[in-house]
Design a protein around this ligand. Structure first.
Ligand SMILES: Cc1cc2nc3c(=O)[nH]c(=O)nc-3n(C[C@H](O)[C@H](O)[C@H](O)COP(=O)(O)OP(=O)(O)OC[C@H]3O[C@@H](n4cnc5c(N)ncnc54)[C@H](O)[C@@H]3O)c2cc1C
Length: 416
């Protein structure tokens, strides 16, 4: 029996395993389906990682390397090339590798399986089905890890960070990126990526547009038709523009990998597609914790690693200490906030503040984030210069202000 099994060796899993080790757990196993540790960071060869955690601008592999080197100095067991196929709420994990199929058990589990990309099928883009349509992450893997070029004249659908970073990457490799097409009236990527990956290379960003047709010649993409959409995302007839290209990259969203969580009867939040969590990253199943992109799509690996520390500390507490929680309150949110992490808070807790993160589906300038108690009284306020959908927003709510709540607290935003 292991003390702790961590599923996934991306930044979340690695940071969680190290923190658990530093906090006194002895028998820790990390299971990773890939042949190496590092997760998605291995294909992110651009810099921009580690600014918060290490006060240095690192590439993805360098950032992951910092954890991998430390892990190698411990006796944390790492099983690579091993897939966790199934899991149950009694904390049994079923793995498959070249040695066969095996059941393993642990006192606690941390889920750190990351996300997968949405594909063309998810948004039902019409048109021919030829070669040359890739998800941005797949194209990134081909270019950065396998050394293949994926195309010469490129259109990117979606302005998520992966798509933006690939726009710059392909330009630097000599391809011509003709346009980035975004269905929303705002970009889904970080402001710094819009500047550094599109504007610096004069790549046009078409907001409120989508691809309405993909045409192929000789089984390869030869052009796309883009059209403008109205506020309700209806296509505006007559707004079509034709762009001749040979490659389409899709950067249309990420979906947390939660098939295992569902197998263990963990409650999933339909808004995030990740587990419902408490403030310590515990799921609805006692002793199973989660962190990183499997919970919510993070912008920064630094935040992933910090969230993983929280999950690991809570897992250690769960194993090594008596449970003290007696009740819980819900965290509710009003529009344009789309969800919050955590969705619930255990009480009483030793921590002085609860970190709450969320996203909005609207751009707001000069606004105030407010937290109210069950009686509708404002208990804390957080002024902001702006709030944008692309950036994960965070607030720290003092526990002293919510400890007497019986049912819930509500978060909302008011424009100034
Ligand atoms: C293109 C791109 C650019 C980015 N740029 C930046 C940036 O500039 N700066 C920054 O800070 N952040 C950036 N990020 C974000 C950051 O990389 C991610 O937020 C972070 O990698 C998520 O970490 P994770 O550990 O949750 O998931 P992942 O890194 O995806 O790791 C999950 C791991 O779990 C494994 N796994 C999944 N299921 C199983 C299973 N059943 N059995 C065994 N193993 C399993 C996977 O193989 C994977 O290794 C970028 C992300 C992408 C995709």
């Amino acid at each position: 029996m292991y003390d702790l099994i961590v599923v996934g060796a991306g930044p979340a899993g690695l940071s969680a395993a190290l923190t658990a080790y530093e906090n006194g757990l002895k028998k820790i196993l990390v299971v990773e389906r890939d042949k190496e540790m590092g997760g998605i960071l291995n294909q992110c060869i651009h810099n921009g990682f580690g600014l918060h955690l290490f006060k240095k601008e690192l590439t993805g592999p360098e950032f992951a390397g910092r954890f991998i080197e430390k892990i190698k100095e411990t006796d944390i067991e790492i099983m690579l090339d091993t897939m966790v196929l199934d899991m149950d709420k009694n904390k049994n994990v079923y793995i498959l590798n070249t040695n066969g199929y095996k059941k393993l058990s642990a006192k606690a589990i941390i889920l750190a399986m990351g996300c997968r990309e949405r594909t063309r099928g998810a948004i039902a883009t019409p048109g021919d089905r030829g070669a040359g349509v890739y998800t941005a992450g797949a194209a990134q893997r081909y270019m950065n890890m396998n050394g293949y070029s994926v195309g010469n004249k490129v259109v990117i659908l979606g302005s998520g960070d992966i798509g933006l970073i690939m726009a710059r990457r392909m330009t630097l490799e000599g391809a011509k990126v003709l346009a980035c097409i975004e269905i929303n009236p705002y970009s889904a990527g970080l402001r710094r990526n819009i500047k550094q990956c599109l504007e610096d290379f004069d790549i046009p960003l078409y907001l409120s547009h989508t691809i309405t047709d993909i045409k192929c010649t000789n089984n390869r993409v030869s052009k796309v038709i883009i059209s403008k959409v109205d506020e309700a995302y209806n296509i505006i007839e007559g707004s079509e523009i034709e762009i001749k290209c040979d490659t389409v990259l899709l950067s249309i969203g990420l979906i947390p990998e939660n098939e295992l969580s569902k197998e263990a009867d963990i409650t999933i939040d339909e808004r995030t597609k990740g587990p419902v969590v408490y403030e310590n990253m515990e799921t609805s199943v006692e002793g199973i914790f989660c962190c990183g992109n499997v919970v919510q799509v993070h912008d920064l690996a630094d935040n992933v690693a910090m969230e993983a520390k929280k999950a690991a500390k809570a897992a250690c507490k769960y194993i090594l200490e008596e449970k003290t929680f007696v009740r819980e309150i819900k965290v509710e949110a009003n529009k344009p906030i789309t969800y919050t992490i955590p969705q619930k808070i255990h009480l009483p807790i030793e921590e002085k503040v609860v970190d709450i993160s969320f996203r909005t589906n609207k751009v707001l300038d000069k606004c105030v984030i407010k937290v109210t108690n069950s009686n509708g009284e404002v208990v804390c306020k957080y002024p902001r210069e702006y709030v944008i959908p692309a950036e994960l927003e965070k607030i720290n709510v003092p526990v002293s202000l919510i400890k007497d709540e019986q049912n819930s607290i509500t978060i909302y935003i008011e424009e100034d």
